[in-house]
Design a binder for this molecule. Structure first.
Ligand code: GAL
Length: 366
């Protein structure tokens, strides 16, 4: 175990260079650290590494800090919201110039902002809003748009019938916004009687097993008479597809997700998931890093972030209008999977996405 960790750190060090060093292992509860000599220290608190995206994003933070000679102190709370609070307090005690926080509990994270301010440190909420607090900045995607994109895939494919509606983690404000976006699309169909929601459930902690269980229950309640599933992210879509597959319905029942997780991209090209709402993580991450540096240096935050990455607006967190930087999202289905996910962004490789598809059906490489 000790040997494995040491080997991992050495490997990480080998990849970085440029005067910075990396220690610790990404994704561990203990967190990792990038050491830089610029004099800037960023504290990073990540709620969990259950979904594929957060692991990628931790690496992106490490890369940015390594490239720019910034010290990064990171902590991962392993889905434990109270642990996240104490980890942030530790980071503040160790001494950081700015805190980037991907919160587990939108309301429950407010004390983190309070403690940071007591220590004279500004807080940037990353991806997930921190509600009812004096939060300084927010860097995110438009989650209402995510929900609209998801539901559009499904209503286009199944404009009428019985729907299972799987929402995300209720304590994550993004889940509420995603559900709001889904509702924007679904409501006219519900009102006209074309669509009937036969089951509507939150999936605790965005857990795929919750989605599996809710879908199994809903299918048995409806005697398998279900024409579509609205899932809120790719992880929960995976759980639902497993339940559909057990009834021979995978590929027959349209279903959506978000994040362009590898497993979801595979399902899309294999025909068991209709589409995913892709959130380009690199621009989000770069924007957060650039903002953090501007804040740490006491420079104008708005001009610190490259404007091509997204746009500034204000979003209200229940207590104040927070300066928020929003990065656009994109709808991905099997028709644009190759062009956007594989070729343009290299988010996954052709080999990864098409792994289970016979080679003669792979897209021609352009
Ligand atoms: C949300 C996030 C999504 C998804 C989900 C599960 O807050 O916006 O991209 O990954 O969490 O972690």
């Amino acid at each position: 175990m000790i040997f494995a960790l040491a080997a991992g750190s050495l490997a990480a060090c080998g990849q970085k260079g440029s005067g910075s060093s990396v220690s610790g292992s990404s994704g561990s509860a203990a967190g990792g650290e990038v050491k830089g000599s610029s004099g800037i220290t960023i504290g990073l608190s990540i709620g969990n590494t259950t979904e594929e995206r957060w692991n990628r994003e931790i690496k992106m933070f490490e890369q940015y800090c390594s490239d720019n000679n910034i010290t990064l102190k990171e902590q991962v709370a392993n889905n434990d919201a109270s642990k996240q609070i104490s980890q942030c307090e530790n980071l503040l005690n160790e001494g950081i110039d700015v805190l980037i926080c991907q919160s587990l509990d939108a309301e429950g994270a407010a004390p983190i902002v309070e403690s940071a301010h007591e220590a004279g440190v500004k807080v940037i909420a990353y991806d997930r809003f921190i509600m009812n607090s004096d939060l300084d900045y927010y860097v995110t995607f438009d989650s209402v748009k995510v929900g609209e994109t998801e539901a559009t895939f499904v209503v286009d494919a199944a404009p009428k019938g019985n729907y299972i509606w799987l929402k995300g983690a209720q304590e994550d404000n993004n889940a509420l916004l995603v559900a709001e976006g889904q509702k924007n699309i679904l409501q006219p169909y519900i009102d006209s009687g074309a669509i009937t929601i036969v089951s509507e459930q939150w999936c605790k902690g965005w857990d795929p097993n919750e989605a599996l269980k809710h879908t199994e229950n809903a299918l048995s309640k409806a005697g398998n008479d279900v024409q579509a599933v609205i899932a809120s992210n790719d992880g929960t879509a995976g759980g639902a597809v497993q339940a559909l597959a057990a009834q021979g319905l995978a590929g027959k029942v349209p279903i959506c997700g978000q994040d362009a997780d590898l497993a979801a991209c595979q399902r899309i090209v294999e025909g068991t998931q209709t589409g995913t709402c892709y959130k380009p993580l690199q621009p989000l991450n770069t924007a957060a890093c650039e903002l953090a540096v501007a804040v740490a240096k006491g420079e104008d935050p708005k001009s610190g972030v490259e404007s091509s990455l997204g746009e500034w607006q204000t979003l209200n967190n229940g207590q104040k209008d927070v300066d928020s930087f929003t990065v656009p999202v994109e709808a991905i289905d099997k028709n644009n999977m190759y062009d956007i996910i594989i070729k343009r962004d290299g988010f996954h490789t052709l080999e990864e996405v098409y792994k289970n598809v016979p080679k003669d059906q792979w897209p021609a490489q352009k």
